[in-house]
Design a protein around this ligand. Sequence first.
Ligand SMILES: Cc1cc2nc3c(=O)[nH]c(=O)nc-3n(C[C@H](O)[C@H](O)[C@H](O)COP(=O)(O)OP(=O)(O)OC[C@H]3O[C@@H](n4cnc5c(N)ncnc54)[C@H](O)[C@@H]3O)c2cc1C
Length: 349
Amino acid sequence: MKICVIGAGFFGLHVANQIHKRFKKCEIQILEANSSAFKGASSNNQCRLHMGFHYPRSGYTVYQSILGFDRFLKDYSAACNSVASNLYAINKNGYVTAEKYFAVMDSFHLDYKHIDTPKIFKKKSDIEAVIEAPEQWVDLDMLKKILIKNFKGSISLNISVSDIDPEYGKVFVDGKLYGEYDFVVNATYSNPNLGASEKFFDLKYELAALVNCETDLSADTAVTIMDGPFVSIYPSSVSTHTLSSVIHTPFMKSKSQKIIDENIDNIKTIAKNLDVKRNIFNHVNEFINVKISNDQLWLAPKVKLASDHGDSRVTEVKREGKLMAVLCGKLDAAFSASDDLLREISIDT
Ligand SMILES: Cc1cc2nc3c(=O)[nH]c(=O)nc-3n(C[C@H](O)[C@H](O)[C@H](O)COP(=O)(O)OP(=O)(O)OC[C@H]3O[C@@H](n4cnc5c(N)ncnc54)[C@H](O)[C@@H]3O)c2cc1C
């Protein structure tokens, strides 16, 4: 059996390794548009291994996170790090009250600890409650190393797939036939509708930014203000954190894929011209006492379901003939998506 995976991000490599575990004789080829693996959202994200605390308005996302958390820890333990003081603060001006927030978390039997509001928060009177939640941060470089080490197929870089024929499993590059496969897995994240006769997913698209920097916080501390137009700070290595802002992290938004196709090559310049770094930092500083240094922007495209108004980040798999496409909303949900893909392949082989 010959399978082509398009995209060498976390999900493309994860699914390739899961396929190989199950179908040892399968020949897997990954095609990657970039000059190396892990250049997209997989190395430019907030590094949070979610357990569900971030999604009080989407019970299904909480459910997927709970299911995925333990499996991620088991397979990628070397990349996972605990966050001793992982603070979630419920702001009075948000979309959910503390009562509703805890009702949702308790309905999933999530474990957390109430604490007094620490000094790190500005506008303390706006904070209704603070908890410590037992989530982890993911070392993205380590994650990449594990995935590459375990990968048994071939990766062809600088190959941008232009089309896919779902009926015959044909893959085209620059309009010319590149190869024919038993299955094609679209793991491009930013273009999951490529090749589908009818759109698999109705999406909205963003160019997104995080500030990755050194701070005066320890690597054991994370701060997230819920649930609305607020900010968070999360460890990204033993000496750095990312800063994100619900308002300024998505610095360009559209319902059209064109926003990514037309701007991705100039993403750095666009972010610089819009002063995205300063906007994120100023927003974080409205709510949190933190000093930063050695800052740099992490930039990536991001996609969400167009129908999402409850901040859901579900992961789904769609299929047409030999083509399967994944919308991988979060790292923890990769296992539920790869299970779905393996099921489809098993049925047909
Ligand atoms: C700002 C931000 C913060 C986030 N924070 C978190 C978080 O804290 N926790 C969490 O769990 N998730 C988070 N996510 C989501 C997470 O990063 C993604 O779910 C995950 O990285 C998706 O992995 P992927 O492999 O599907 O995508 P990518 O890593 O983007 O990989 C897709 C690959 O496909 C390649 N590609 C695209 N088009 C083509 C083509 N036509 N031909 C060939 N190759 C192509 C790209 O070059 C890229 O390498 C965040 C995302 C963003 C953007």
